[in-house]
Design a binder for this molecule. Structure first.
Ligand SMILES: Nc1ncnc2c1ncn2[C@@H]1O[C@H](COP(=O)(O)OP(=O)(O)OP(=O)(O)O)[C@@H](O)[C@H]1O
Ligand SMILES: [Mg+2]
Length: 244
């Protein structure tokens, strides 16, 4: 049943914190093989929306489905990957031990863990640091380990919350090549970014403000609709329309 409909779907999703609505009436539909970019200012609700969709937080109202299953996922949990904005890896373990830990969580068969660990470490260019402690890595390198941990079980649906923050320009290019490669293999990726040169490379961009999706479309359609030559100005234009 999950092969026909959207891979990710939310209907009227809402998340409240005391005195604050962080996500409001969020309706998302993301088709298989889409690279979807969620953009918006600090505090606009991107991370909260993702946390609810991956099942880390319970929605206050509305519903979210991934691969046709209502979250939190049980049957399809191993088909989902999530890289949190705040790095969640173990500093006292080596890079390899972290990857093996996450691989174990997703029940990757033991003989496969070693080769899969090598594969993802190659992607994030950390093969030569695999036996070093995470606590001794630079901030950007830790970020790269966190991405590797999200990828280790080869998920079909990936949520990457600011995957390229703190990553040097050369590796950032490599990451984007890798995202495109995943997409060409039919994976579905939702990522957040504050870099407009990254947003413009997404198939679909969702613009969030104040917990709401204020605009959504291909980068070129968002620019055409506003008559603006870049996504930053297009965002400001949409934001102004909401206020007006
Ligand atoms: N656990 C929490 N308890 C209370 N408020 C929270 C909690 N988590 C997030 N918020 C609030 O919800 C709002 C949305 O935060 P969120 O982290 O989703 O924004 P964001 O769009 O990801 O921002 P950024 O670009 O800075 O990462 C903010 O006002 C934030 O302070
Ligand atoms: Mg965030």
């Amino acid at each position: 049943m999950d092969d026909d409909g959207p891979v990710i779907e939310t209907k009227g999703l809402r998340k409240e914190f005391p005195g604050l609505v962080a996500v409001d009436s969020l309706d998302l539909r993301v088709a298989r093989g889409t690279l979807y970019g969620l953009i918006g200012p600090n505090g606009s609700g991107k991370t909260t929306a993702i946390k609810v969709i991956v099942g880390l937080m319970r929605a206050s109202a509305g519903e979210a489905r991934v691969l046709g299953e209502r979250v939190p996922l049980r049957t399809n949990r191993h088909r989902l990957g999530y890289m949190p904005q705040d790095i969640a890896i173990y500093p006292d373990l080596t890079v390899r031990e972290n990857l093996e830990f996450f691989a174990g969580l997703y029940s990757i068969p033991k003989p496969r863990i070693g080769s899969r660990t090598e594969e993802v470490l190659k992607v994030v260019d950390l093969l030569d640091r695999k036996d070093g402690l995470v606590s001794q890595l630079s901030g950007g390198m830790r970020h790269r380990v966190s991405l590797a941990c999200a990828l280790v079980h080869d998920p079909e649906v990936l949520f990457l919350d600011e995957p390229t923050v703190g990553i040097d320009p050369e590796l950032r290019v490599g990451f984007w090549r890798f995202f495109q490669d995943l997409k060409s293999k039919g994976k579905t990726i939702v990522l957040t970014t504050h870099y407009m040169d990254e947003a413009v490379r997404c198939d679909v961009v969702g613009m969030m403000r104040g917990g709401r999706l204020i605009a959504e479309g291909t980068p070129s359609s968002l620019m055409t609709q506003t008559g603006r030559g870049n996504l930053e100005d297009a965002f400001l234009e949409f934001a102004g329309r909401v206020v007006a």
